[in-house]
Design a protein around this ligand. Structure first.
Ligand code: ZN
Length: 121
């Protein structure tokens, strides 16, 4: 059986790493993207991240995003669920805060031992 590849970005995935989303096999990154985008139905995050990226000299984060970023920076990496708990957010709310940070290439998600970890980009 061939290695599965991500239906969105084409990355080769380990067996068992693929996440199914709307009938497509996606890698963790694309899966998170798909979830954040569809669940929030909010183009704001992507749009803002893109326009912020064009600003010279840096980004403007919301206080919550700043706290999330500081938390990950301090810890190096931590499970997404724990980050949510630390900030008093639900997982969905956390994903929403995480999305722009990801698009600004400040934070990224990675999967370890079946948990999604947040780490610096
Ligand atoms: Zn992918």
């Amino acid at each position: 059986m061939p290695e599965p590849t991500c239906a969105k970005c084409g990355t080769a995935m380990e067996l068992g790493e693929a996440r199914e989303y709307l009938g497509q096999e996606l890698c963790e990154d694309c899966f998170l993207d798909a979830l954040t985008i569809t669940k929030t139905c909010d183009p704001w995050a992507v749009h803002t991240a893109k326009s912020l990226k064009d600003l010279p000299g840096g980004q403007t984060l919301t206080p919550l995003q700043q706290r999330l970023y500081d938390l990950v920076k301090e810890r190096g990496e931590l499970p997404m669920l724990e980050a949510a708990a630390q900030l008093g957010l639900t997982e969905d709310e956390l994903r929403r805060e995480f999305a722009p940070l990801r698009h600004m290439e400040m934070l990224r998600g990675c999967k370890k031992e079946n948990l999604v970890y947040l780490t610096l980009f």
